[in-house]
Design a protein around this ligand. Structure first.
Ligand SMILES: NC(=O)c1ccc[n+]([C@@H]2O[C@H](COP(=O)([O-])OP(=O)(O)OC[C@H]3O[C@@H](n4cnc5c(N)ncnc54)[C@H](OP(=O)(O)O)[C@@H]3O)[C@@H](O)[C@H]2O)c1
Length: 261
C-alpha cells in the first residue's frame, strides 16, 4: 500500500507503540486518527506529532506546506475512545470517515498488562484485561472491516489492512501474566480467522508480535535490566507490513531485540 494520503486509525495512539506508529504513518504522508481513553494524553500526542513530522518531512528547509497540500495538523484527528465500548468504537470510525472519507488502515495497539499469578487473579481483573486486549480488537476490527468492505478497492484490489499489535505472549505462555497471554493468544486466533474471511475481498489482516519494548507498560523495576526495543522499531515493522509488495501479505511478523537479555 502506498501510504500517501491514506487514513490510518491507531488505537492506543496516545503513547508508546501506537504513538510511534502514528508518527511513522504521518511521515509517510498518511492521515492519522488517534484513539485512546485519556483526552490529555491525546492532546499531548497531537502536540508531539506536529513538530516531529515537520522536522522529518521538511528536507528542503522551505517549510512543510507546498501549494495545495494539507498541513500536518489537518492530517491528525484525535477521538477519545474506550475500545471496550461498542458505541464509542462505532463513533470513532464514524468520525474518521466523516473527516477523511475512508478508513484504509486500522492498527490495533490499545492494550494493558496485568501481572498476577492465576491463583491470585480476581475475575474482575481477568475480564477487564480480556476486554481491552481481545474484545477491543474484535470491536475495532469489526467496525473497520465493515467499512473497508463497503469502499471501492485501490488499483491493486486492496480495500484495507488491519494490523494487530499482538505480543510474543500470543504464541508462548508467560507465567505471572496469564490473562494477558490468554487475550493475546485469542487475538492470534481471531486474526487468523478474520484474515481468511476477508482476504479474497481485498482486506488484509496481519499480526505484529513485538518483544519487550520500552513504553509505560514495561516501565517496571524487574524489567529494568532487559534489553528493550524502542517503539519506533515496532512502528517500522508495522510500516513494512503495510508496504509489502502488492501480491504479498505479511501475516505474522515477530520483532525481537537482536541481543536478548
Ligand atoms: N511494550 C511492550 O513490551 C509490548 C510488547 C508486545 C506487545 N505490546 C502491545 O503493544 C500495544 C501497545 O502497548 P504499549 O507498550 O505501547 O503500551 P502503553 O504505552 O501503555 O500504551 C497503551 C495505549 O493504549 C491505550 N488504552 C489502554 N486501554 C484502552 C482502552 N480501553 N481503550 C482505548 N485505549 C486504551 C492507552 O491510552 P489510555 O490509557 O488513555 O486509554 C495508550 O494509548 C499493546 O497491545 C501491548 O499489549 C507491548
Amino acid at each position: 500500500m502506498n501510504l500517501e494520503g491514506v487514513t490510518v486509525v491507531v488505537t492506543g495512539g496516545s503513547r508508546g507503540i501506537g504513538l510511534a506508529v502514528a508518527r511513522a504513518a504521518l511521515a509517510a504522508g498518511s492521515r492519522v486518527v488517534l484513539a485512546a481513553r485519556g483526552e490529555p494524553g491525546l492532546a499531548a500526542a497531537r502536540e508531539s506529532l506536529e513538530p516531529a513530522t515537520r522536522e522529518s518531512t521538511d528536507l528542503s528547509g522551505a517549510g512543510l506546506e507546498t501549494p495545495g497540500s494539507t498541513t500536518v495538523g489537518e492530517r491528525i484527528l484525535t477521538v477519545p475512545t474506550d475500545v471496550t465500548m461498542e458505541g464509542q468504537v462505532a463513533g470513532l470510525f464514524e468520525e474518521a470517515a466523516d473527516r477523511f472519507g475512508r478508513v484504509d488502515v486500522l492498527v490495533n495497539a490499545a492494550g494493558g498488562l496485568i501481572r498476577s499469578s492465576v491463583t491470585e487473579t480476581r475475575l474482575e481483573d481477568w475480564e477487564t484485561n480480556l476486554a481491552v486486549n481481545l474484545t477491543g480488537v474484535f470491536l475495532c476490527s469489526r467496525e473497520a472491516v465493515r467499512r473497508m468492505l463497503a469502499q471501492p478497492p485501490a488499483e491493486d484490489g486492496v480495500r484495507g489492512h488491519v494490523v494487530q499489535i499482538v505480543s510474543g505472549a500470543g504464541v508462548h505462555g508467560w507465567p505471572g501474566h496469564a490473562a494477558y497471554s490468554a487475550a493475546k493468544h485469542g487475538v492470534m486466533g481471531f486474526s487468523a480467522s478474520l484474515r481468511d474471511e476477508v482476504r479474497e475481498q481485498g482486506v488484509l489482516v496481519s499480526d505484529v508480535l513485538p518483544g519487550m519494548t520500552a513504553t509505560a507498560m514495561t516501565d517496571l523495576p524487574d524489567f529494568a535490566s532487559r534489553n528493550k526495543l524502542e517503539p519506533e522499531d515496532v512502528a517500522q515493522a508495522v510500516l513494512a507490513v503495510l508496504q509489502a509488495p502488492p501480491r504479498a501479505m505479511l501475516t505474522r511478523v515477530d520483532v525481537r531485540h537482536r541481543l536478548p537479555r
